[in-house]
Design a protein around this ligand. Structure first.
Ligand SMILES: Cc1cc2nc3c(=O)[nH]c(=O)nc-3n(C[C@H](O)[C@H](O)[C@H](O)COP(=O)(O)OP(=O)(O)OC[C@H]3O[C@@H](n4cnc5c(N)ncnc54)[C@H](O)[C@@H]3O)c2cc1C
Length: 447
């Protein structure tokens, strides 16, 4: 490419970074470098679910047809069971108390399949680099001067715009927040500077997630017609929860089982975040759960335990020509199955602003501000709903705890209705109005 209009560096090759790279490569005159810290682009061998709202974006980006080859995609307008709700913390058998229906349901993937297909769609204008861990950057105030990137291996690179898609532990976020706080201190506002600094490091949610997959064939043998071979389920329990669903065209069942200590929410955990967990630990935490859950555990070979971390809501996702997307911007609890969905939405709106022909190096800061105005409130709202879902799932939502005698069924129904109402945005709305608003703002047709 002789003279690219923009040179974009994407730090992080997870779902958000790669979808952004695909979306940006639809413009011929944008030069894209993706810098991934790991030795190869490799997603964790777990499942990820996508709701109709982000699925429509994947379709618009030309990814849906190939993604549909590795999963089952229900007809878009047909109501299907997205999730069955079941109280699972009962040793003699759980109770199903609700079914969440949605048009198109929850489309579930084995993460490595998803990543492989997105990678196949990267255009030639995009250069992926592995073993490139960003350590810091410097951002000159003049847009004519490039941003400088510094990597752990001692190499450097330059770009016009840096996108931090580097996940919950984001190095880009840490550097960006320091830049913002330094600016505030220089202007004498050390109180706001300290508040801003609270979002620099991720915080522990008090939750541990046991993530695993079980071969469907083994599960069928161990427990014929196990409910997880057919439909996705959320199992509810006091301070415990499990979401499980078939993936890889039904050959595996993916499970994420959670324990929570709400009193430890937003603390700092002085321990490794991800460790191998023996099956005995996993089963012990859920020892009083129903036989079908125990049967699933019996079929599991390995499990890992993840300390679930989040980001304290940021005051901005952008600082001049540095922009955060996905978990780097708004890592949230996974209880609306929407963290990856938000990363996809971030990528979609940002790419529309950057590929717009009027966007140049000199108007990048304006495009960044529009991205922040559209995406930050939306993603932070989903984070709030995800936390509310976590309280409901674990019977900790104020007034809906099942601790009161005699009204268990009534309480379960109230929980069910609240969860469904909170979730409906994921299939009843689309990102199209946000996209149109962003473009209208960019073109000066809207404030
Ligand atoms: C148990 C569990 C279940 C979930 N289920 C769902 C679900 O069903 N649906 C859903 O939508 N979401 C789900 N999520 C959330 C989802 O996994 C995340 O929101 C999503 O993966 C975020 O994508 P990302 O690209 O922003 O970050 P990541 O996937 O974390 O990718 C970040 C990338 O950046 C790289 N990187 C990190 N630091 C650097 C650096 N300094 N330099 C260069 N590269 C770097 C990393 O190696 C990584 O490849 C779940 C989360 C959990 C914990």
């Amino acid at each position: 490419m002789p003279h690219p209009r923009l040179r974009v560096a994407v730090c992080g090759g997870g779902i958000g970074g790669l979808v952004l790279a695909v979306a940006l490569s639809q413009a011929q005159d944008i030069d894209i470098d993706v810098y991934e810290a790991a030795r190869e682009f490799a997603e964790v061998g777990a499942g990820v679910g996508v709701w109709p709202r982000p699925w429509k974006i994947l379709k618009a980006l030309g990814l849906a047809q190939d993604l549909a080859q590795v999963t089952f995609v229900p007809p878009e307008n047909e109501l299907v069971v997205a999730l069955d709700f079941r109280k699972g913390d009962e040793p003699h058998g759980g109770t199903t108390f609700g079914q969440m229906l949605s048009p198109g349901g929850l489309i579930s993937f084995h993460r490595p399949d998803f990543q492989r297909i997105v990678l196949q769609h990267l255009a030639r204008s995009c250069r992926p680099h592995t073993s490139k861990r960003l350590v810091s950057y410097t951002q000159p105030s003049s847009a004519s001067e490039p941003i400088q990137l510094f990597f752990q291996d001692g190499t450097t690179a330059t770009c016009d715009l840096l996108v931090g898609a580097d996940g919950v532990k984001s190095r880009v976020r840490a550097c960006m927040i320091k830049e913002v706080a330094d600016d505030l201190r220089a202007r004498g506002d050390s109180i706001t500077a300290s508040k801003v600094m609270q979002s620099a490091a991720p915080v522990w949610s008090g939750m541990m997630s046991y993530r695993t997959t079980a071969p469907s064939e083994a599960l069928q043998k161990r427990y014929p017609n196990h409910r997880l071979l057919k439909e996705p389920h959320v199992f509810f329990g006091k301070n415990t929860q499990m979401t499980a669903y078939p993936i890889a065209r039904g050959t595996l069942v993916n499970a994420a089982a959670f324990t929570v200590r709400w009193d430890l929410e937003n603390t700092y955990l002085d321990a490794p975040w991800v460790v191998d967990a023996p099956r005995s630990e996993f089963s012990q935490e859920f020892a009083d759960w129903e036989p079908e859950v125990q049967a699933l555990f019996d079929c599991v070979k390995s499990t890992s335990r993840w300390a679930v971390h989040t980001v304290i809501p940021l005051r901005s996702f952008v600082h001049r020509r540095v922009i955060l997307i996905g978990d780097a911007a708004s890592a949230m609890l996974p209880f609306q199955g929407s963290g990856a969905g938000q990363a996809i939405e971030d990528a979609y709106i940002l790419s529309a602003l950057l590929t717009h022909p009027s966007t140049t190096v000199h108007s990048l800061e304006r495009a960044a501000k529009i991205y922040d105005a559209i995406r930050r409130p939306a993603a932070q709202r989903v984070a709030v709903l995800s936390r509310e879902a976590a309280l409901l799932y674990t019977f900790n939502y104020p007034g809906l705890t099942l601790d009161r005698d005699g009204c268990r069924e009534e309480q379960l129904q109230k929980i069910y209705k609240r969860i469904v109402n909170n979730w409906a945005w994921a299939w009843e709305t689309t990102a199209q109005p946000d996209l149109e608003r962003a473009i209208a703002m960019l073109e000066g047709r809207m404030q």
